[in-house]
Design a protein around this ligand. Structure first.
Ligand SMILES: [Zn+2]
Length: 197
């Protein structure tokens, strides 16, 4: 059942996600009708797939739970910043700091090693950590771009409850997907019928 809910939720990405991986990250835990949530980063394997689909990490990166947790944590900070931008409110300082930390954290350096027989070579002590830090830095930089670019004026929250996704508005469309649009129209029609009775 969960897999089914999951597939439905990922069927259509919200307008703007293709250009902005930070928007995609913000939208990666989708609130669905009936109190369901589909979390595309729910497990390390899913998080790895999410990164690989966006060319942010190789498919066999070998993410651990701690890496998936870092991604989910950055997601909450980005969601907080997008919500502040949409509401025209000041951002939480901790969220701004989290973005800057992710952007400026130096990825684990590739160290000089010396093999007795074959001589000097370089290797990264924790390749997976480096991969994840690069991905976090790229997403954080994109969030900073999104918030300061002209695109930010088109940033809205999906107007179809209980959906919690953000999108870049094109024309008059207020929702992230046709699914949400259909639900919003059905809710409006129902409200009109009940008012007339
Ligand atoms: Zn929506």
């Amino acid at each position: 059942m969960e897999e089914f809910v999951m597939e439905e939720a990922v069927l259509q990405s919200a307008p703007g996600e293709a250009e902005h991986p930070s928007l995609g990250l913000a939208n990666s835990a989708v609130a669905l009708p009936g109190g369901h949530t589909a979390d595309l980063l729910g497990t390390p394997a899913r998080a790895e797939q999410w990164l690989a689909q966006r060319d942010l990490a190789p498919a066999d990166a070998g993410l651990a739970e701690v890496c998936a947790t870092q991604l989910r944590s950055l997601r909450e900070q980005i969601r907080s910043l997008l919500a502040s931008r949409v509401a025209g409110q000041p951002a939480l300082p901790a969220a701004v700091t989290a973005i800057n930390d992710a952007m400026t954290r130096v990825p684990t350096a590739s160290l000089l090693l010396w093999d007795e027989k074959t001589g000097p070579y370089r290797a990264t002590p924790h390749p997976t950590t480096a991969i994840v830090e690069h991905a976090l830095a790229a997403i954080a930089a994109d969030a900073a771009d999104l918030l300061t670019s002209p695109d930010a004026t088109r940033l809205i929250a999906c107007a179809s409850p209980p959906c919690n996704r953000f999108l870049l508005k094109h024309g008059r469309r207020q929702w992230c997907s046709t699914r949400c649009g259909d639900r919003a129209r059905a809710a409006r029609a129902y409200a009109r019928r009940t008012t007339m009775d």
